[in-house]
Write a protein that binds this ligand. Structure first.
Ligand code: S3P
Length: 188
């Protein structure tokens, strides 16, 4: 992770990256309400454009096709301002996505301990990458192999294992103030 200092040309958006179950959508919606920004989710954009659910895209066209659609969705966000953007957990696996993510604004990595992630994701069986014999092993392997890419993408990291979503949100708001040089009056 690099120093979280805004470059003059980086727009005011907050991009959330992290593994499935790290809380990107829930925290993203809270952040959007808190900062009065709009909320976007790249998974939802892909689904709306394809008129298919993510599980159907994986089933009918495979993961590589999904990744192409995900990069296209990310590219289409260029130029937006004052959005909170939640991303799919594998978005960092395509190297060209990393500069795209960073060009959108402050990139925040949400993490949690592997057992906590596994507990959260096993409540929802829709995720295609976890439809395997040993999903816990899969979670551990994917988390380990993706960590360097998450770190390359992110300016800042928050571990949510023992935090409430509202506390994670406040940590990100604080970091956004530093990053974007927002005045104190915007803190309320
Ligand atoms: C994926 C994570 C999912 C979704 C797709 C692939 C991944 O998003 O993009 O199932 O590769 O980790 P969430 O992180 O929102 O579950």
């Amino acid at each position: 992770m690099t120093e979280a200092t805004q470059k003059p040309d980086v727009p005011e958006n907050i991009v959330l990256v992290g593994f499935m179950g790290s809380g990107k959508s829930t925290v993203g919606r809270m952040l959007a309400r808190r900062l009065r920004f709009r909320f976007l989710d790249t998974d939802k954009l892909v689904e709306e454009r394809a008129h298919l659910r993510i599980s159907e895209i994986f089933e009918k066209h495979g993961e590589a096709d999904f990744r192409g659609r995900e990069t296209a969705a990310l590219t289409s966000l260029c130029g937006i301002r004052q959005h909170i953007i939640a991303t799919g957990g594998g978005i960092v696996t395509v190297p060209e996505n990393i500069p795209l993510l960073r060009s959108l604004g402050l990139v925040v990595l949400l993490t949690a301990e592997p057992d906590e992630i596994y507990r959260r994701v096993s409540r929802n069986s829709e995720r295609p990458l976890l439809q395997v014999e040993d999903p816990r092993r899969r979670v551990l392997d994917l988390m380990a192999s993706r960590l360097p890419s998450y770190e390359a993408a992110a300016h800042f990291r928050v571990d949510s294992t023992r935090l409430q979503h509202v506390d994670v949100t406040e940590k990100i708001v604080e970091e956004a103030h530093r990053f974007f040089h927002w005045p104190q009056s915007m803190r309320a």
